[in-house]
Design a binder for this molecule. Structure first.
Ligand SMILES: O=P(O)(O)OP(=O)(O)OP(=O)(O)OC[C@H]1O[C@@H](n2cnc3c(O)ncnc32)[C@H](O)[C@@H]1O
Ligand SMILES: [Mg+2]
Length: 198
């Protein structure tokens, strides 16, 4: 029998990656999409950890069971860490990947190649009712490309260049992305520390 695992996300791109990565571990993955009656969680925290905790704890208390959440984003050095915790809504409330990438590329037109360093950051929170929430972080280093290239993945993947592959994240297969991504790295930490949260 598969163990049910609930992820507090509405992001279908994230969810697909979770399903792929947790599928091998023998879990059945559920998400916020399965609980449409729950009001939207306001991600007003100043850090990835705060927002991840808020998402995980809200759903854990509602369902009275363990829930995992992922708060993640793109941190660009030349933009003083933006879009950071505002990654999903950087160009506005409609959460448009294309508009978000356009905004970043416009803000970076004058930034030379050597100053375009960036990283994807993912903080996973594991919440259980009446227990202290646990956190697992993963990072993936890269640079911001001059234009969007590739159609795989989601979010800022087409403008995130991964030096080790000499490709953007959106040119990688999902298997390749999961092996090196911030989310893959955070999930490996989480799975390496099962005794802390199971
Ligand atoms: O809060 P949930 O419902 O999980 O979905 P979300 O899309 O709002 O997720 P976040 O609040 O964590 O915001 C993260 C944003 O950062 C970007 N992002 C995160 N992980 C990414 C990845 O693997 N590739 C590209 N962009 C990513 C993307 O724009 C996301 O919308
Ligand atoms: Mg969000």
């Amino acid at each position: 029998m598969k163990i049910e695992l609930v992820i507090a996300t509405q992001n279908k791109g994230k969810l697909a990656e979770f399903e792929q990565m947790f599928g091998v571990e023998g879990f059945e993955v559920k998400s916020l999409i399965d609980y449409p009656e729950l009001p939207e969680i306001n991600e007003d925290g100043q850090t990835f950890a705060e927002n991840a905790a808020k998402k995980a704890e809200t759903l854990a208390n509602y369902l009275n069971q363990m829930v995992i959440a992922d708060d993640s984003g793109l941190v660009i050095d030349a933009l003083n860490g933006r879009p950071g915790v505002y990654s999903a809504r950087y160009a506005g409330e409609e959460k448009s990947d294309v508009a978000n990438m356009d905004k970043v590329l416009k803000e970076m037109v004058d930034i030379p190649a050597e100053d375009r360093s960036a990283r994807f950051v993912c903080v996973m929170a594991v919440a259980k009712p009446n227990e202290t929430t646990k956190f697992y972080e993963g990072v993936c280093e890269g640079t911001i490309s001059l234009e969007a290239v590739g159609t795989n993945g989601f979010g800022y993947d087409p403008i995130f260049y991964v030096p080790s592959f000499e490709k953007t994240m959106a040119q990688l297969s999902s298997e390749q992305k999961n092996k090196i991504s911030h989310r893959g790295n955070a999930l490996n930490r989480l799975l390496d520390n099962k005794d802390e949260w199971r």
